[in-house]
Design a protein. Structure first.
Lengths: 388, 310
């Protein structure tokens, strides 16, 4: 027996409903266009030609095979974090802790590779990725359990755990895990030694950065789709997200479901952290003292791509690739126009604000669509980003 | 260890702790106003960054620190209008829109710093304002009464806002809107107007908090706030939505920050040890959130946009 909000829409749609649904589909692309237009205005303000700027951005992101592979590699952490966000947000748990989960996953994986460097690749690579999943998973499980069992606001606890993670990362990389060889002014460089080549993610295409992590991330995103829509556990996650009370009444163990949803989200971010280390060019874990220095803001940008994908893991593959293009192309734009690539971060922020702002309109037009075939009023909250 | 416990070092540490607490306090008090009316603003960190940058730019160009602080407030008000529009009028999911505002502020301030300030220089520090007579009290005088005017302003806001929230009609309306917007609406209180006003106050204070941070540090750098805005939001929960509680939390952060800084400078703890020490406030906050969640009730309509007839 399916809850009303989870049923598939009938194939034959009444006209009013079709129009309302169309509006709800157009809203997201319009938000992106508005954000890009605002970016163009900013470029104009700085005396650059936005057409030239965006052309450079596109060429840098998707122009040739090297650009495409760089974009694909850049998309890996976004996709993994985004897929995790799909799980957490669908359970109506707002996980802002991706940054910390990435760092903890990276640390756990790095520590593993340092502990058993001589294992053969086919054993060591899965082991390090698993360690990353465990590290990130623990960092997600804590706020998840706090939310489920003690009603602690997850937004705040995840943000606080990000702060703990960055200090812990700095401590580990300048203390227990530090390479004893890299001296700089003021002491050792906060980084590990060169990690065992057995732990490196093998390159898929010679001469590019494209590594095995791209394939693994794709598989994991598809796995998240299967989990959410083809298993009873996924059904429970979505049901809890739509209504905790109703799920409780239906006999779903709400608290473990919430905890597990956050654990899985953290684990996926943790794998992203591991891949950031073993798929990097330097093949070591380095810190510049900030979380962003290691994660490249993937913990936050992962939220952007997941929201933009309507919290759907398969669409997240597409949006992660597009947003990665924005990030990679931003550098080319900087070279050509002289407008710093930080513009891309600002545009990402605008996209988030616009997407959640137009969500109300989307919800209303969807409610109108529903009213036509009387499926009842929609539930409130982010879970309404559900793309039926 | 003995170096640490000389009177001079101790008073200097406490005095700088109070100064470090000020940006947390300003931003946290502003957030308290918004949250008591039911609006969570998670974009504080981004607004602080924008406030800090506009203060920096103004100070560089004019050399006038009062104008710099006003620039911080000004950008705060502008961002407040956006925040209120998004979370009150457009009824967006507030936790997420705040992340957007943060990313926007982070990206834009980096961009502006690189484009507008080719050679970053430090700006003058705020002048110390001595409170006559009181400043000559031994120890206490140095700690409390030889600070700059932003510090005094922030701490004076604590009793002022407590009074406003608990003893004025406006404060009662704020609390009504935060607890039961439908009831407030029924008796003729405009939910939207009250929420717009508290969000504007909150963002103005967030902008000022950024300006305060900048004026203490003296120079703008990438991600200057280092999550201080997010911490300020957490401190509102930590302080159980009371200005005095927010002050306690801010002082905790300020003091730990100052102690870590002093002991680092004096070489009491090794550098890597200071990272561990710096984790303490965040861990304490998580544990405090745990106990607040069990003992105190948050404003009933917190984070929920109001829609008539639901």
């Amino acid at each position: 027996m399916r809850a009303p909000g989870l049923t598939r829409h009938p194939r034959i749609l009444p006209a009013g409903r079709r129009r309302a649904l169309l509006i709800s589909w157009l809203v997201l692309p319009s938000a992106a266009i508005v954000a890009l237009l605002m970016g163009a205005v900013l470029m104009l303000v700085f005396g650059a030609n936005p057409i030239v700027g965006y052309q450079a951005l596109l060429a840098g992101a998707f122009g040739d095979s090297y650009a495409l592979t760089s974009t694909a590699v850049k998309a890996v952490p976004l996709l993994l974090v985004g897929a995790g966000i799909c799980i957490a947000f669908r359970a109506n748990v707002l996980n802002i802790g991706g940054e910390g989960q990435i760092a903890m996953g990276g640390l756990a994986a790095t520590a593993t590779a340092l502990a058993v460097p001589n294992l053969p690749s086919p054993v060591l690579i899965p082991l390090t990725l698993l360690a990353g999943a465990v590290g990130g998973g623990v960092w997600g499980a804590i706020p998840g359990a706090f939310k489920a069992y003690f009603n602690v606001n997850e937004i705040l606890s995840t943000i606080m755990l990000n702060l703990v993670a960055v200090q812990f990362m700095n401590y580990m990389l300048s203390g227990p895990l530090v390479a004893r060889s890299g001296y700089a002014v003021g002491g050792l460089i906060p980084q590990t030694q060169l990690l065992s080549p057995n732990s490196w993610l093998p390159t898929l295409i010679e001469g590019t950065q494209m590594h095995l992590g791209v394939l693994i991330a794709l598989v994991l995103a598809i796995a998240v789709y299967v989990l959410l829509w083809r298993t009873s556990f996924g059904f429970r996650i979505r049901a809890v997200g739509l209504s905790r009370e109703a799920s409780q009444y239906a006999g779903i163990a709400v608290k473990p479901t919430i905890t597990w949803a956050m654990t899985l989200a953290g684990a996926l971010s943790g794998v992203a952290g591991a891949m950031l280390v073993f798929g990097s060019i330097s093949h070591r874990m380095v810190t510049d003292g900030s979380l962003t220095g290691f994660t490249g803001n993937a913990g936050f940008n992962g939220i952007v791509v997941a929201l933009f994908a309507g919290l759907h893991p398969l669409w997240t593959i597409v949006t992660a690739f597009l947003f990665a293009g924005l990030l990679v192309g931003g550098t080319s734009m900087q070279v050509v126009t002289g407008v710093p690539s930080d513009l891309v971060t600002a545009i990402n922020g605008l996209v988030v604000v616009l997407v959640v702002s137009v969500e109300y309109m989307r919800r209303r037009s969807r409610a109108r669509a529903r009213a036509v075939d009387m499926l009842g009023p929609p539930a409130a909250g982010v879970t309404e980003l559900v793309r039926a | 260890m003995s170096q640490f416990f000389t009177a001079a070092v101790l008073t200097a540490t406490v005095a700088s702790g109070i100064q470090l607490a000020t940006p947390f306090l300003l931003a946290g008090l502003g957030e308290t106003m918004g949250q008591r009316s039911g609006v969570v603003n998670l974009g504080v960190d981004g607004i602080m960054l924008l406030g800090a940058f506009s203060a920096y730019f103004t100070a560089l160009k004019t050399g006038n620190l009062l104008l710099a602080a006003l620039a911080g407030i000004g950008i705060g008000v502008a961002m407040g209008l956006v925040t209120a529009l998004v979370s009150v009028t457009l009824k967006a999911e507030q936790g997420i829109s705040g992340i957007g505002v943060f990313l926007f502020g982070l990206g834009l301030t980096d961009l502006l710093l690189l484009k507008l300030v080719p050679a970053p220089a430090t700006v003058a520090a705020l002048p110390t304002v001595r409170i006559p007579l009181l400043d000559r009290l031994p120890a206490i005088g140095t700690v409390f009464f030889q600070q700059d005017w932003l510090v005094y302003f922030a701490f004076l806001l604590v009793p002022v806002l407590t009074f406003v929230l608990n003893r004025t009609t406006y404060g009662m309306k704020i609390r009504a809107v935060g607890e039961n917007p439908a009831a407030a609406d029924t008796v003729g209180v405009s939910v939207a107007r009250i929420r717009y006003s508290t969000v504007l106050i909150g963002c103005a204070l967030a902008g000022l908090a950024g300006a305060a941070l900048l004026l203490f540090v003296g120079i703008f750098q990438q991600d200057l706030t280092n999550s201080e805005g997010f911490i300020a939001v957490a401190l509102v929960y930590f302080g159980a939505w009371r200005p005095i509680g927010v002050m306690a939390g801010s002082l905790l952060y300020g003091m730990v920050g100052s102690i870590v800084l002093t002991s680092k400078t004096l070489g009491i703890i090794p550098l890597s040890g200071s990272d561990i020490a710096a984790m303490a406030p965040a861990v304490i906050t998580v544990l405090a959130l745990l106990s607040v969640a069990r003992r105190f009730r948050q404003p009933a309509a917190l984070g929920r946009p109001y829609e008539r007839g639901t």
